[in-house]
Write a protein that binds this ligand. Structure first.
Ligand code: PRX
Length: 649
């Protein structure tokens, strides 16, 4: 948090109670839901589970054998059936499921019935390519309709998808393919971003070398075959497969509630990303419930989530949440400033979005651009706004409220993670009075606390470790291939209690305020990046001896990456080397990990046991008085670094 944010936090004391008009139409407007769920969480979740279609009803609700939970035991269901097929059997058959807009302005609407046919053809095609229940399929696609179709086709077969965000590099894609052990990759010839082609196929070609990938399915999006020729033995066009696929319905595989639905990789405190494994039944019950509670979803809502499906927000709030609830989702391929800075608002107006879900980093960017882009459009259909990805600073909250919500729409600030599957701390908009900057209270059925490092609850106003004290349906089941890491990372500090890695405090009214990560994970524009990942990318460069990476406060991105680098003997610092190192990180990880600045240092502040003191590096980068240096092996290092930092700024 910057000193400015802190000021705003101290100044902003307004609270926002739900309007009478919103409350009257809300799915939940009575506090008793909280007490009811707290009294008997299992009974609460069992009741919510009835909103799904089960091929076989579960026998018991939860078995908790810390750190492993099972939910809806004995139940059988299929996620794709729940997201698609079942809606074609009722009044939603011809309702728009996905309204898609491409960056160049092309668009496509898929009704539930059309989506069912597309998913079924894709499932037939994948099955013919050898994909079976339990297999992993890696998907590296831009934001095109084939992405949710491919995910749902996997789900229909019972194969796990592992979607890799299109902004990741070839190397990052390769690491994730190898970890998941996928034999099939689905990609595209490219994607559009600010009018330029993102060379996905080239990255894919590079990534699959030396992996178990046998087949690469290629969606034609940009017509860039010249730059990414097809490999006759290995590559096949998506459209050829679909054209040849049987048109008969594909029978949904009855999955055990605990069978995995997907893997999604996220950064941790080591260089190796974690494959977060989500279950079928629990995940789907969790995400489906949050559509009704947090998002107050109605049948006529048009839900516009601006996230990329490559991240968990897109998995949960573009694909599985809205579709399992039979909603209409708006999906946009490209950049918010293409062709102009009003693109989101133009889309919201064009399709009559009623709910908008975006990230604080985007809101801060909109603030910088000015309200004129929002004001150009008629946003009167909007009735609810959401925020996710990082703490929202009160100024951004107020701006969102004033210009986008036109002081009419409640804002749900939703705290959650890849691991939690769906929103955990967020207001129910018809009940909870909001305070700008606070995600408010845990949602019904979720038990949260703040503990000190010894495991004692802290009093109001005191910071500590945010924890989730009871299992919940959509919690991750394991880290793929490394259950020990799952146990240690999330349940190693407090026995039987889930540790998200975030710091938080509770105010006198019991509201939660998330402060940020307590571990070595940086949140850049809502993307989680491990300092260790960037450090290992940097030291892989021949000129670099050692690197320490920190996140420093950034006006728009929330945090930006600052890398302190010690060069090898004989190497000399230069602007060219700075540019080269930044590019090197982009090639190893992806553009979102590009360091904002690289500071060449002669030495790094370390404790006597050799641990880099990142806290001090942050103090230097944020221009603060440097904190306690008494545990340093050589306190002079800090003074030297401070002057180097100033010189190079
Ligand atoms: O630090 C928290 C922050 O984002 C982390 C989770 O990142 P990821 O798994 O990539 O998922 C992002 C989308 C759910 C959390 O540990 N975070 C997310 N939402 C919020 C937040 N911090 C504060 N307020 C939020 N609303």
């Amino acid at each position: 948090m910057t000193p400015n944010d802190l000021d705003a936090l101290l100044r902003e004391t307004r609270t926002f109670a739900p309007s009478e008009e919103f409350r009257r139409q809300a799915n939940y407007s009575d506090e008793s839901i909280y007490e009811e769920a707290a009294r008997d969480p299992e009974a609460y979740w069992a009741k919510e589970a009835e909103h799904l279609t089960w091929f076989q009803k579960f026998e018991s609700v939860c078995r908790w054998d810390p750190p492993h939970a099972q939910w809806f035991i004995g139940g059988k269901l299929n996620a794709a059936y729940n997201c698609v097929d079942r809606h074609t059997l009722n009044h939603r058959k011809n309702k728009a499921a996905i309204i898609w807009e491409g960056e160049p302005g092309d668009s496509r609407v898929l009704t539930y019935d059309m989506l069912r046919r597309e998913v079924d053809k894709a499932a037939h095609a994948l099955k013919q390519l050898g994909v079976q229940k339990g297999d992993r399929v890696t998907i590296y696609l831009p934001m095109v309709p084939e992405l949710p179709i491919a995910m749902l086709a996997c789900a229909k077969i019972g194969a796990m998808h592992s979607v890799v965000f299109g902004g990741f590099s070839a190397q990052a894609l390769k690491d994730r393919i190898l970890d998941a052990g996928s034999k099939l990759l689905i990609t595209a010839d490219g994607g559009w971003r600010r009018g330029k082609v993102i060379p996905l196929k080239q990255n894919a070609d590079e990534a699959v070398e030396g992996t178990p990938i046998e087949k690469v399915v290629v969606v034609k999006r940009v017509g860039d075959a010249a730059n990414a020729p097809m490999h006759a033995e290995r590559d096949v066009w998506w459209h050829d497969l679909i054209a040849a696929a049987p048109t008969k319905p594909f029978p949904a595989e009855p999955m055990d509630s605990e069978d995995y639905l997907f893997l999604l990789y996220t950064s941790g405190t080591t260089g190796k990303p974690k494959g977060i494994a989500h279950s079928t039944g629990g995940y789907l019950v969790g995400v489906n419930t949050s559509m009704r509670t947090v998002f107050d979803l109605k049948d006529d809502d048009v839900f516009f989530c601006t996230a990329d499906i490559g991240w968990v927000t897109g998995h949960t709030y573009i694909v599985y949440g809205p579709l399992s609830a039979g909603a209409t989702v708006v999906m946009y391929e490209g950049s918010p400033d293409y062709p102009d800075r009003d693109r989101y608002w133009a889309i919201a107006e064009k399709y009559g979005a009623t709910i908008l879900y975006t990230a604080p980093t985007s809101i801060r960017m909109f603030m910088k651009w000015g309200p004129q882009y929002v004001e150009k459009h008629d946003l009167s259909t909007l009735r609810l706004l959401g925020s996710v990805g990082e703490p929202i600073n009160p100024e951004a909250w107020m701006w969102y409220h004033k210009y986008v919500g036109q002081e009419r729409c409640p804002i749900v600030d939703t705290w959650w993670q890849t691991e939690t599957g769906c929103a955990m701390i967020a207001p129910l908009p018809g009940i909870v009075t909001t305070k700008p900057g606070s995600a408010t209270k845990p949602v019904p059925g979720i038990s949260v606390d703040i503990l000190d490092d010894d495991g004692n609850p802290v009093p109001p106003g005191h910071g500590g470790n945010l924890v989730i004290t009871k299992p919940w349906p959509s919690m991750l089941r394991t880290v793929w291939g490394d259950d020990e890491r799952f146990r240690k990372t999330y349940f190693g500090k407090f026995e039987g209690i889930y540790l998200p890695g975030d710091g938080a405090y509770r105010d006198q009214d019991g509201y939660y305020w998330i402060v940020g990560r307590l571990d070595d994970v940086i949140n850049v524009s809502g993307h989680r990046i491990g300092t260790a990942e960037v450090e290992s990318a940097l030291v892989a460069h021949p000129a670099v001896a050692e690197a320490a990476v920190i996140g420093r406060a950034h006006e728009v991105k929330g945090q930006a990456i600052t890398a302190f680098v010690i060069l090898k003997e004989g190497q000399s610092a230069s602007d060219d080397l700075v540019a080269e190192l930044k590019q090197f990180v982009v090639e190893q990880i992806g553009a979102m990990a590009r360091p904002e600045e690289i500071i060449f240092a002669a030495d790094l502040p370390k404790t006597r046991s050799g641990k880099i003191m990142r806290r001090l590096l942050r103090d230097i980068a944020e221009g603060r008085v440097v904190g306690d240096t008494t545990t340093l092996a050589d306190p002079a290092v800090v003074e030297q670094l401070k002057s180097q930092y100033k010189d190079q700024e």
